[in-house]
Design a binder for this molecule. Structure first.
Ligand SMILES: [Zn+2]
Length: 228
């Protein structure tokens, strides 16, 4: 049975609607957050495609918004990784993880690179700071097993026109997983939301797949349990 996993970045206001839809369809998901960018009010606005104001959620909205979903680290403040020293990078990833764990009271083991920028040195720091995978913006089908779990590709973006081709290719390759990602603010129109909902329903109608959480795909890096 192929596992279906998805993750969404940046902790924006449209995640409220997305999470409600995912709950309605029984879909599991991971949200990659930057805890240093959530304040007392919604903020850190930017304009997407010249038309849409995108805002980060307020700190006080996070727990209710993401109730029941998996939280992953996206650094403390979403810098360009290539512009940081390794010491700054280490602080961004370790402080980001710690603040998320403190806020959500769940272990945070996943990571997504801001802007998809990655290299071997950045990956090594992630390996050393309690993460079990790090997602890039690369595409590969099948995406697992990966050559390096800390330079992890997905099958595709949620809005990729080849989404269903990739999905069928993953099944044909007997891939253990089909993995897609995105940002909820990319769902601009009611037609976009309906189209995404149709994807969820088509996945739910497929008896050969099931939803899964990302960390369960990386059991070899699970925390060691002491012997009884
Ligand atoms: Zn991001």
């Amino acid at each position: 049975m192929m596992k279906i996993v998805q993750c969404w970045d940046d902790g924006v206001v449209d995640d409220i609607r997305l999470c409600a839809l995912l709950r309605t369809r029984g879909a599991r998901a991971t949200f990659n957050l930057n805890p240093g960018l959530h304040g007392a009010r919604r903020g850190h606005d930017w304009i997407y495609q010249h038309t849409k104001v995108v805002q980060r959620l307020a700190l006080g909205e996070l727990c209710e918004t993401y109730q029941g979903f998996t939280i992953a680290n996206h650094t403390l403040t979403h810098p360009f990784p290539s512009r940081l020293s390794l010491a700054e990078w280490r602080r961004e990833v370790s402080d980001g993880r710690k603040q998320l764990q403190d806020h959500f009271q769940q272990e945070v083991r996943g990571f997504a690179y801001p802007y998809g920028e990655h290299d071997a040195a950045l990956a090594e720091v992630l390996r050393e700071t309690g993460h079990c995978y790090a997602r890039t913006c690369l595409n590969a089908t099948p995406c697992l097993p990966a050559r390096d779990d800390f330079i992890l590709a997905t099958d595709c973006h949620h809005a990729d026109p080849a989404f269903w081709e990739r999905y069928e290719a993953a099944k044909a390759a007997r891939s253990p997983v089909f993995y897609f990602w995105g940002h909820s603010y990319e769902l601009m129109t009611e037609a976009d939301w309906a189209g995404f909902d149709a994807k969820l329903q088509r996945i739910n109608a497929d008896p050969e797949v099931r939803w899964a959480d990302l960390p369960e795909l990386f059991p070899s890096s699970a925390p060691q349990r002491s012997a009884p």
